[in-house]
Design a protein around this ligand. Structure first.
Ligand SMILES: [Zn+2]
Length: 270
């Protein structure tokens, strides 16, 4: 940075100020606005090895630079988190008081998120923490999607279609306190089977077998919306194709909770 007369900030574009550490396999970024007019002295852009190490392992880490060096939140990232940072991560540079929580929020459950906001000492801290939670959520979504689609090799676990039509679906829906962003709470589903699963027409039991909800079937018939149903059922395999890696497979408990959350009759769940 020595001898650079500030960072140009172009309206309508996003300016990033960062560096790459080969040793730790991580990027670190500084707030470009704070360095936009650094004329008088060479600004020191530094981050700790510990922060870079944490980012390489956890995907994201923040470091609050002490006041004598110029108070600033430095954001360190693993390569897979880079796009998220470009799209959503810049507000982290404003999260001075809660910057260290960003790493924890990257793994937080909905309950932990709520507690983080509820534990605020003042309304303004609650507002800042709320913003931080909202900033970190797309990070978790992106990571969940990446991990689930990789585990299932970008193919629907029911019909095996890929075609870039595959979503990363939560088994226990995010609105439930038991929901997590672990890959074991995910399924790769094409748009059709995702909607059928969430709508409770199609179920996946804890032994990976598929079943059809006859109550929903009847309701669709009553509404004269059952066109294609016979074909839909005929094309279903007996079981889903789970990920090769056993650690990435849905846990039986998640599959059971997923059916309960979608109001399946208890007799069909176990
Ligand atoms: Zn499918």
């Amino acid at each position: 940075m020595t001898g650079v007369a500030g960072i140009p900030l172009e309206p309508g574009s996003r300016t990033l100020l960062g560096g790459w550490s080969e040793e730790f396999g991580a990027y670190s970024f500084w707030d470009p606005r704070r360095h936009a007019r650094s004329r008088s002295r060479s600004p020191s852009l530094q981050v700790t090895a510990e922060t870079l190490d944490m980012a390489g392992q956890a995907g994201i880490a923040t470091y609050l630079r002490p006041a004598d060096l110029g108070r600033e939140v430095v954001v360190a990232l693993a390569p897979a988190s880079l796009l998220w940072y470009v799209e959503h991560g810049l507000p982290l540079h404003n999260a001075e008081e809660d910057a260290l929580a960003a790493g924890e929020l990257a793994d937080a459950t909905p309950d932990e998120e709520r507690n983080f906001i509820d534990d605020s000492q003042t309304p303004s801290q609650a507002a800042r923490r709320y913003d931080l939670v909202e900033t970190m959520r797309p990070y978790r979504d992106a990571r969940f999607r990446r991990q689930v689609l990789h585990a299932y090799r970008f193919r629907c676990t029911v019909c095996r279609y890929a075609l870039k039509l595959v979503d990363a679906a939560h088994i226990v829906p995010v609105s439930f306190p038991e929901s997590t962003d672990a890959v074991t709470n995910g399924l790769a589903l094409c748009r059709l089977h995702h909607a059928a699963y969430d709508g409770g027409l199609l179920g996946i039991r804890s032994d990976f077998s598929l079943l059809i909800n006859h109550d929903v079937e009847r309701r669709l018939t009553d509404l004269r919306l059952s066109s294609g149903l016979a074909d839909f059922k005929e094309r279903l395999p007996e079981r889903i194709t789970p990920p090769m890696s056993i650690e990435a497979r849905p846990t039986p408990m998640n599959l059971i909770l997923g059916l309960r959350a979608r109001r399946w009759p208890t007799s069909l769940i176990a």
